[in-house]
Design a protein around this ligand. Sequence first.
Ligand SMILES: [Zn+2]
Ligand SMILES: [Zn+2]
Length: 281
Amino acid sequence: MLPPDNHVHSEYSWDALAGSMERTCERAVEIGLPSIAFTEHADFSISEMTPESFFPDQWKPYVELVDGRSILTPPRIDLTGYLETLERCRDRFPTLRVLSGVELSEAHWFPEETADLLKRGGFQRILASLHTASARDEDYADIGVSIKRADPSAQYRGYLAEAVRLIEEYDGFEVLTHIDYPVRYWPHEKTPFDLLAFEDDIRLVLRTLARADKLMEFNTRIPLDPRVVGWWRQEGGKGVSFASDAHVPDAVGRGFQEAAEVARAAGFKPGADLFDFWVRD
Ligand SMILES: [Zn+2]
Ligand SMILES: [Zn+2]
């Protein structure tokens, strides 16, 4: 049995243009996932659209020109529609456990907006993310854009340092997502990526996370490096949450067989039941 997929997006995430909660559930049943969580984006940070940005027509209503820069203000989630569709999926797929959830971006910068959303949403899975960390005071670009414009190593270090601040300043979450998010966009043709150059910075994030009694996410968008999973175990990590971070139905549970093997080899095992997070062996 595959581990639960605790980080999936549907059409209720503003950037999942081809998302579909119903078809994602269908696919989850097909591949034998025990449970999935629809953790839609809650992005309160604005972000600059540059020539390098992915910028489909559907986002145009959310972009305005400010001082000659195209600034995107991500739309808010339609919570009523989201919760209704979730209920419909629970009825239609009784063998699949369908959890509600949210992926909070930079929650420590937006405590009031975040608290209000959590109160209204009553979410079962609460993920804490960083997407625009290194651009805080300068240009607000998503790190996928800024990492290509500035020194990528400095950008990743900035991201990891911000992750420590997030954990220290914000307590309302269960799982820290994609510690390797900037690596997805790494300009390999310009600078080879050397994980060991960031070992100390990554270990500091993991240690802080373990002390805060939270979980690390095993995100399979680019498979998390097995060494990071080993460091998490050594730094005291109590468990692992698996995540496809799917934005289209076909990507749900992708890479989970391999991820489960890596987690097992690092000293983690399934929790008390099929729907739980994995725990230390
Ligand atoms: Zn994310
Ligand atoms: Zn996500």
